[in-house]
Write a protein that binds this ligand. Structure first.
Ligand SMILES: [Zn+2]
Length: 223
């Protein structure tokens, strides 16, 4: 043997781009693409399918603010862009990110790729079929510990659901506290969108204003 085997990353790395706000390099999934609409409006393109020149940003309120206030977004997209105030763009992006996460979770459910409840999830974790574990924010400590231990053992990634996004519920019951995605592509996509959404929601730049979706009024309701 002359040399060891060639190093291959195994998965496609994708193009590396730069954030318009902080100028740091971005991995493809961990960024938000913006395009200019025909009327000069700024449109989020979370699926990467909208035509036209795109600009990329970290899903971070500070980067969104900087890209707008320095004029970098206007320069990157086009001269007749009508950029909104940064707070407005942030809300638009949060809402779009939420819709995207919700739709992936819905697609997993209707496609039969979502399992819910302790027993079903545990079975899939042990059987090797789980691509992503999902925990509700109010999952009990014992359940959380058990599930995370199993994830570690089986090297299954996990995410906590952002408040406002719930697993399905049985009739007359609260939503399930634990669930899992069986489809690898959906799992990867959901994890990315949950990460981006959480980052958009939880930045220190956020001055206490939270979108309606982040307020969960159902959990304390009794009866
Ligand atoms: Zn950035």
């Amino acid at each position: 043997m002359r040399t060891g085997p060639k190093k291959r990353s195994g998965r496609r790395a994708g193009p590396i781009r730069t954030c318009l706000g902080c100028r740091r390099k971005l991995a493809h999934g961990a960024s938000i693409r913006l395009v200019a609409g025909p009327d000069g409006a700024v449109l989020p393109d979370l699926t990467g399918r909208l035509p036209g020149r795109g600009a990329r940003l970290c899903p971070d309120p500070a980067c969104i603010r900087r890209a707008l206030e320095t004029g970098a977004l206007r320069r990157a997209l086009e001269a007749n862009l009508r950029p909104p105030p940064w707070e407005e763009l942030l809300e638009t992006l949060r809402a779009a990110q939420e819709r995207q996460a919700r739709s992936i979770l819905g697609a997993a459910g209707s496609g039969g790729f979502l399992v819910t409840g302790h027993d079903a999830v545990r079975r899939r974790l042990n059987g090797g079929g789980l691509a992503l574990l999902l925990l509700a924010p109010d999952a009990g400590e014992a359940l959380r510990r058990e599930m995370l231990e199993l994830c570690k053992l089986r090297t299954v990634p996990w995410r906590e659901l952002t408040v406002g996004l719930a697993l399905p519920s049985r009739a007359e019951h609260r939503p399930f506290a634990v669930g899992g995605i069986l489809h690898r592509g959906l799992a990867r996509s959901l994890a990315t969108h949950l990460d981006n959404w959480k980052r958009l929601l939880s930045s220190p730049e956020d001055r206490g204003k939270r979108p309606a979706a982040a307020v969960d009024s159902t959990r304390s309701h009794r009866g």
